[in-house]
Design a protein around this ligand. Sequence first.
Ligand SMILES: Nc1ncnc2c1ncn2[C@@H]1O[C@H](COP(=O)(O)OP(=O)(O)OP(=O)(O)O)[C@@H](O)[C@H]1O
Ligand SMILES: [Mg+2]
Length: 393
Amino acid sequence: RIVASSVPGEIGSRIYDEDIQKYRTQSGPEVFSHKRGNKLVYSMLVPIHNEKPCQRCHGSDHKIRGVLDVEVSTMKTASRIRTLRIRTTIFSVLTLLALGFALTIATSLLVTKPVESMIKTMKKVQDGDLSVRVDEQRGDEIGRLAISFNSMVEELQRAHEEIRRCHIEEMQRVERMATLGELAAAIAHEIKNPLAGISGAIQVIAEELKEDDSKKEIVTDILSEIERLDKTVRDLLTFAKPVSPKMIPVDISSVIERSINLIRLKAEKQNVKVHFRPSEVIIRADPEQLTQVFLNIMINAIHSMPEGGELRAELHKDADQLVVKISDTGFGIPPDRIKDVFKPFYTTKHTGTGLGLSISKNIVEAHGGTLDVESQLGVGTTFIVKMPLTKET
Ligand SMILES: Nc1ncnc2c1ncn2[C@@H]1O[C@H](COP(=O)(O)OP(=O)(O)OP(=O)(O)O)[C@@H](O)[C@H]1O
Ligand SMILES: [Mg+2]
């Protein structure tokens, strides 16, 4: 029976059977756990030996006088552990949430915001606003990216300004040229007929003069001046009102030969040797207009060799192009003037109108080709005509 207990009401009742059972089976005092109702309980049973001093009151009949049964319930500890676990879980979740929030804000401030602002700026640039720039203050990769981006936009803006300026200049030039061309054409038209009349009249006078007449030379001079004026008038009209080419299959060699024949006399007079090895290349072109191109280039070449020299014409096929090169051994063109030679009215000659090359360039371009020049001062000049070869050629 229980004689003393910390649990009120237990005194006088019997010790639990399971405790007695455990006590009997155990070899010494040990802690064991078991269920008491639905509670987990840790117990330890320690025998109270009947020691000598005890025997004075209790006699020596029994070796053991009783059992000390210590029981500790785990309920309180378990509930504290549970509370702690819940607290730890809540704390962990809150910490994780706070960390996630902080990370999101940091990413937004450090990466997302600047990148978004850069994308917005790029969009503006794409839409044509080249005055925008992104913030370059940061010292990291994004900062470096911003610097590169800004310098790229700056370059773009500079190039854009340059193109705009060139475009305006070009438009003004074209406008000027159009007005000039119209004016030139009107004047040329007015001059053409009276000039033809004067030329006819002078020719009649020239025929009436005897060969040994002193006035014969003057009349011949007048005629050659009229011829020059007539060429100028024709050039002005061709320049102001270019005629579209009448394309037919032509052997380009025969066109070059025809042009050479027209300048041969002039070349011989000036001690210029002409070289050309013909080879048949048929292209679709206007033979009259191409003759004018080669003639203009060859006359210029002869003008550049007052002391004589060599005039060479070559032609070859290059992929789908026909290439004609006309070169001279004349005085050449100064490098700073080379860009001007195709400009209308650019001339370095007393008697020139400066229209020969611009007319030639217009004609070649109307044929879908290009006209270029290479020159070395004191060595010579080469004009390069490139024109597309038609499929059937
Ligand atoms: N082969 C060349 N060698 C050196 N300079 C040349 C040559 N061809 C052209 N030039 C230069 O280019 C200028 C322009 O030539 P372009 O044929 O357009 O006009 P031009 O010969 O002066 O006059 P024109 O209208 O009578 O032909 C020439 O005045 C000359 O300064
Ligand atoms: Mg010329």
